[in-house]
Design a protein around this ligand. Sequence first.
Ligand SMILES: CC(C)(COP(=O)([O-])OP(=O)([O-])OC[C@H]1O[C@@H](n2cnc3c(N)ncnc32)[C@H](O)[C@@H]1OP(=O)([O-])[O-])[C@@H](O)C(=O)NCCC(=O)NCCSC(=O)C[C@@](C)(O)CC(=O)[O-]
Length: 450
Amino acid sequence: MRVGIEAIQFDVPKIFLPIKDLATARNIEPAKLEKGLGLLNMSFLDVHQDVITLAANAVYKLIQQENIQLEEIARIYVGTESGLDNSKPIASYLVSILETEFGNGKLRNCDVVDMTFACIGGVDAFHNCLDFIRLNPNKKAIVVTTDNAKYDLNSTGEYTQGAGAIAMLLSSNPKVMTIDQTVGVSTEGVFDFFKPKQTISKELITAGKDNPEWFGILESEISIVKEQPVFDGQYSNECYINRIKEAYQHFKVESNQQKNLSNEWELILMHLPYCYQGRRTFIEIFTEENPDLLDQQEGENLKEKTRALSKSPEYLEFVTKKLYPAEVASGNIGNIYTGSIFLGLLSALYFALKNDRNIAQHKVGFIAYGSGSKSKVFEGTVQEDWKKTIEKTDLFNILENRVAIDFETYEKLHKKELKNSIIEPENEFVLDFIENTTATLLGARYYKRK
Ligand SMILES: CC(C)(COP(=O)([O-])OP(=O)([O-])OC[C@H]1O[C@@H](n2cnc3c(N)ncnc32)[C@H](O)[C@@H]1OP(=O)([O-])[O-])[C@@H](O)C(=O)NCCC(=O)NCCSC(=O)C[C@@](C)(O)CC(=O)[O-]
């Protein structure tokens, strides 16, 4: 049976910080970030936004674009690692937001939930819903990924920040792409990047009561989830590489394909925690799959030869054809955690469309990663009708029309010091207020469309 992606949409903040401004302010050579890591611009949330507004905007656009009747949606599964509540999922917020717009009770029989496993939680929600459709081919599901990839100021994660949401309609009428059932997996329990509940003192909670970052904390409680992760950057890279190599091998075994898959795949879509992480990692697989090319490289040992191969015309041509199309949006947005791999998919398809590349019926490879850690590798096939839906997303024009903010504004937004929006919201969902007086609703978030 054919199941997969019928349509896709996205939402990102209308503001961004140019990476060279961050580099200058932090005394980092701009070339390191721009040429070394591939970073150009970084999306950042405006005052009226959070991960729920991003998710709601992406789903709203998907519903309008595809003229979806809410009653026909059997599932809304959210992948996120930026949950705003330890009990009530983002999916539940989406139900009330969408019903306010499209009619009360329309999602009463819809199964909704959030799934969390760092950046791979969106892929988990995606696979879960695809399996559901395989069992129920007459049903449809929406998978939403939404995250605010926020790191501490002055940390090595700071220049990899980003924010955004992706919404996908999954069905047995996959006009954009079919997704195969076989999945390669590699898992290991590690601490490369995580968001532990931070224990803080009662005094600090009282002092911070008016800080929106700590909303909803009762004075009797002493734990909060901090937005920013605890992480070890270079170790997380190591985990990323190891998991991906293992999942890739597992995929070959599971799918009975011992051939060179990277040759078979027309496009390769990887989780991109920053733009060039995919190309800096894939060289390891390319090396194993091209031993003759490796032998031709200069160098005393495997490490030196691999490095030489990574700069070779053959690898650069491979990167330009297969990896670069997915990098275009990433370099202009930053990490969006659970949505990063799907943003890569949208970017690659939009890029192919704009460059008149004929990719219908071609196979693409997905390589997902989530810290903690897990990688999943799987395949999809682009469908004949892919162009019509992808064109409607207007991806590159929307990115082009965003507004740059200066470094000072960025720092104030990061510290939540601003009260007024940088860009007045228009045709979008906004966080209206957070209840802070009624005891039984303390911390409840309310949204509206402006
Ligand atoms: C990712 C790191 C560790 C990077 O750390 P870093 O120290 O900023 O950069 P680096 O030293 O690893 O690499 C810099 C590159 O720039 C080059 N360079 C240097 N100077 C120049 C110059 N002048 N001109 C041109 N190039 C220059 C330099 O040569 C090198 O390239 P290479 O030689 O290796 O190819 C850091 O940004 C970080 O800590 N990020 C946060 C964690 C992270 O993103 N980890 C990635 C893997 S884990 C993951 O993907 C999961 C995650 C994070 O998404 C979370 C989740 O699952 O929920």
